[in-house]
Design a protein around this ligand. Structure first.
Ligand code: SF4
Ligand code: SF4
Ligand code: SF4
Length: 271
């Protein structure tokens, strides 16, 4: 099961490189780059069929937020920042469980309203594919040709947004891990909302767990609470880092849920 992490890291790097290649070089970047763009949720939402979005919804119902650990380039960019975070003594601190923030649903609602009434500046700032597009426009201003120019303020605004977004993402990752993914990103919130019907979950086996805390301390989504043996799978981005550090194979990616330590405590820690 630990091999899952290696597979997802390889996939995420491939999709990051090919996504940037598509945005910088366009259709000249080759078939893999075009495929990478085709697998993104945001471009698919804007297409009339929404075929890829439907496929990701089905995958998420089976496996959870796999999109967030493989195909989304913004997720991988944050993971790269987190890799460097460990080398900086000031930031190299273990993560700990944080309660759910309801504000993520408010942000999703604002995002949907803005989409509905045509206020595209908001989606341009918080949609992962558009953030990646803005960042890529630093290397190729044409990457934002079809977006910011529609607002009548030109590609320079997109490039400026890309630089600001990149700085904010780095700061957010350094202080909160995948905080952008668990609170701000509307795609992540929407996929996480499927958690109630998802088949496969990250679960802690209460009979095997030895309370070493390693899984909670490594979880960049800050969604593991060893006390109570709870994993908030709506925020889990399926990075599989927790599986990798567990010394007793007590935390697993599995179908079905395990029993909790005590039902009352479960309620308390998942809020
Ligand atoms: S939550 Fe959003 S930005 Fe984060 S990995 Fe998922 S889709 Fe990408
Ligand atoms: S629970 Fe595990 S797989 Fe999910 S985000 Fe945390 S470390 Fe990654
Ligand atoms: S890493 Fe494994 S043994 Fe340690 S607290 Fe987590 S589930 Fe329990």
């Amino acid at each position: 099961m630990k091999g899952l992490r290696t597979i997802r890291i390889v996939l995420s790097l491939v999709f990051l490189v090919t996504s940037v290649a598509f945005l910088v070089f366009g259709h000249y970047a080759g078939p893999l780059a075009r495929l990478s763009e085709k697998l993104q949720i945001i471009p698919s939402i804007l297409a009339t069929t929404m075929g890829v979005t439907i496929v990701w919804i089905v995958i998420s119902i089976f496996l959870g937020r796999i999109y967030c650990s493989t195909v989304c380039p913004i997720g991988t960019l944050q993971d790269i920042v987190l890799k460097f975070r460990r080398k900086i003594p000031y930031f190299n601190r273990p993560f700990s469980y944080q309660p759910r923030r309801q504000v993520r649903y408010h942000i999703l609602l604002i995002y949907l309203v803005c989409l509905g009434v045509g206020v595209v500046a908001v989606p341009y700032w918080i949609e992962p594919w558009n953030i990646m597009r803005n960042i890529s426009s630093v290397f190729n201003p044409d990457a934002v040709e079809t977006t910011w120019i529609t607002l009548g303020i030109g590609a320079a605004a997109g490039m400026a947004a890309g630089i600001v977004s990149a700085i904010l993402l780095v700061i957010c990752a350094l202080f909160t891990g995948r905080g952008f993914c668990t609170v701000v990103c509307p795609i992540g919130t929407a996929l996480g909302a499927l958690d109630g019907i998802t088949l496969y979950h990250i679960e802690i086996d209460p009979d095997k767990c030895i309370n070493c805390m390693k899984c909670e301390e490594v979880c960049k989504s800050q969604c593991v609470k060893v006390a109570g043996r709870v994993v908030d799978n709506s925020r889990c981005v399926r990075c599989f880092d927790c599986l990798n550090v567990c010394p007793n194979d007590a935390i697993r990616f599995q179908s079905g849920r395990n029993r909790r330590a005590t039902p009352l405590f479960r309620k308390q820690v998942t809020r």
